[in-house]
Design a protein around this ligand. Structure first.
Ligand code: FES
Length: 486
């Protein structure tokens, strides 16, 4: 039986109507029609984050909601698909960009697993003309790179779907940016991409199967140009299967090839990448921190959307909190989560092993559950173990680190004091940190505009030694030690 699925839209008042058949899964109808939504567990019914309000010919729970991935259409029905837009960090630290003096327009894109930031650049002057950001449309296939890879490896069609989703999003971004800059009659000469190694392979159409199993060999690592979907594209160089072109770009933007201080770069996104430079040597690693700090796998977790609790501060015998844009609390994002766990640990509501008795309610509807503490524990131990192992490779103590760059939206928003107090970051670096925003975005702009920057990035990439944490003999012990809350 043919039926109609109506999607309520509050953005412009235009509802969307989709043709479907009774018996089809809601998830499949939305995905087939290119409707974007979040499905952190890849549609397996485990995360509960694809819940929407629904009515009509569709079964709902008592509260009138259903899971997109678990619900089948029975007849004409309506869903309120009023997804909030996540705050995406697009600013960095580089103010002036050198160019090779080519006339024309270029697009620089930092393709993250969760979000994509895109910049329109004047290739002659190096000026940024406009910028935009969006959620990665691939997120309906899962929150992390592993789910995306698993999906890609099922069939050639799936791989093409993932690739198409990125390019459709980038085409849309290009159109928006040209319009914003008042240059709709012009075209883009060259696009440059940075991203983790999996995103780079999916965006460039290269075979990503080598990244799905040990020893995680990428199809390409060196930066190069290529024609993708009929467009000229520059692909930033990747260090390894799990340290991608975004890290190389961030190192370039932070000037890792200049000066002689001991410097640490930490980029906590859907995964965590860490680079340490000491006495001309470069060590890097990728930490399987998982997407907990982006709100996935946390009971009331959410991205950095309006209403997300982003900070919690101890006040007298209690606490206060803030939400993004002062909206009614609707969930908790990574920075709020770290503050809340730090508060609970300080007040002994969490013991050193991470055990917590009852739920901790921050507001009527947002709480931290004991299982959330476990997720944070695993994520923070992964990052802390990564830092510890890189320092031991370089044979330095934390006190010898001169500067720490925290990249990414999360790194820019967290309270460093809270992160240090729960052992996510070493206490010794608390007063040495600088937020560098979307340094990867800056680094890919630099490479879009100048061959000299491409050469510098390539040199950094070649010099950087990848450390596979799980292959380190004492990794398990270090990881276990770092699970503790002191
Ligand atoms: S529960 Fe539906 S995507 Fe996770």
């Amino acid at each position: 039986m043919n039926c109609t699925l109506t999607i309520l839209s509050s953005e412009n008042g235009n509802n969307i109507q989709l043709a479907c058949s009774a018996g089809e899964r809601l998830y499949d109808v939305l995905a087939r029609n290119g409707i974007r939504f979040s499905a952190p567990c890849g549609g397996k019914g485990k995360c509960g984050k694809c819940r929407v309000h629904a009515w009509g010919g569709i079964k709902t729970d008592n509260d009138g909601t259903c899971l997109i991935c678990k619900t089948y259409i029975e007849n004409d029905c309506t869903i309120d698909f009023n997804e909030k837009h996540a705050r995406v960090l697009t600013g960095g630290i580089v103010n002036t960009f050198e160019t090779d003096g080519h006339k024309g327009l270029g697009l620089a894109a930092d393709i993250g697993t969760t979000t994509i930031a895109v910049y329109l650049m004047d290739m002659l002057t190096g000026k940024e003309l406009a910028r935009t950001s969006m959620l990665n449309p691939q997120r309906i296939h899962g929150a992390d790179v592993i789910s995306r890879l698993q999906y890609a490896l099922i069939s050639e069609d799936n791989r093409r779907t993932l690739s198409n989703e990125i390019h459709t999003a980038l085409d849309e971004a290009g159109r928006i940016l040209l319009e914003k800059a008042g240059l709709s009659n012009q075209s883009i000469l060259l696009s440059a991409f940075a991203g983790n190694t999996v995103m780079m392979h999916l965006a460039s159409g290269y075979d990503a199967s080598g990244l799905a199993k040990a020893p995680f060999i990428p199809y390409y690592t060196a930066a190069h140009r290529r024609t993708v979907y009929g467009k000229k594209v520059f692909l930033g160089g990747c260090v390894s299967g799990y340290v991608g072109a975004d890290t190389t770009a961030a190192m370039l933007a932070c000037g890792f090839d200049t000066g002689d201080e001991t410097v640490l770069l930490i980029d906590i996104g859907t995964n965590g990448e860490i680079v340490l430079r000491d006495k001309g040597r470069y060590f890097c690693c990728s930490c399987a921190a998982g997407p907990a700090f982006e709100g996935a796998h946390i009971t009331c977790g959410t991205g950095a959307v309006d209403g997300a609790i982003d900070h919690l501060t101890e006040r007298g015998s209690g606490f206060t909190y803030t939400t993004i844009n002062g909206a009614e609390p609707s969930g908790i994002c990574g920075s709020g989560l770290i503050d809340a766990i730090a508060y609970l640990a300080r007040n002994k509501s969490i013991n050193p092993m991470g055990r917590m008795g009852e739920r901790f309610y921050i507001s009527d509807n947002v709480f931290i559950a004991p299982e959330d503490v476990r997720e944070v524990q695993l994520a923070k131990a992964a990052i802390a173990a990564g830092i510890e192992i890189l320092c031991s490779k370089a044979q330095i103590s934390y006190g010898e680190i001169d500067k720490v760059y925290l990249a990414g939206g999360f790194g820019n928003c967290i309270s460093v004091a809270s992160a240090c107090s729960i052992g996510l970051l070493p206490k010794e670096i608390e007063h040495k940190t600088t937020g560098v925003g979307n340094a990867a975005g800056d680094g890919i702009k630099m490479q879009l505009l100048s061959e000299a920057s491409v050469r510098r990035a390539e040199k950094l990439r070649r010099l950087t030694e990848y450390v596979e944490l799980s292959a380190e003999p004492d990794f398990e012990d270090i990881f276990s030690d770092n699970l503790l809350f002191y």
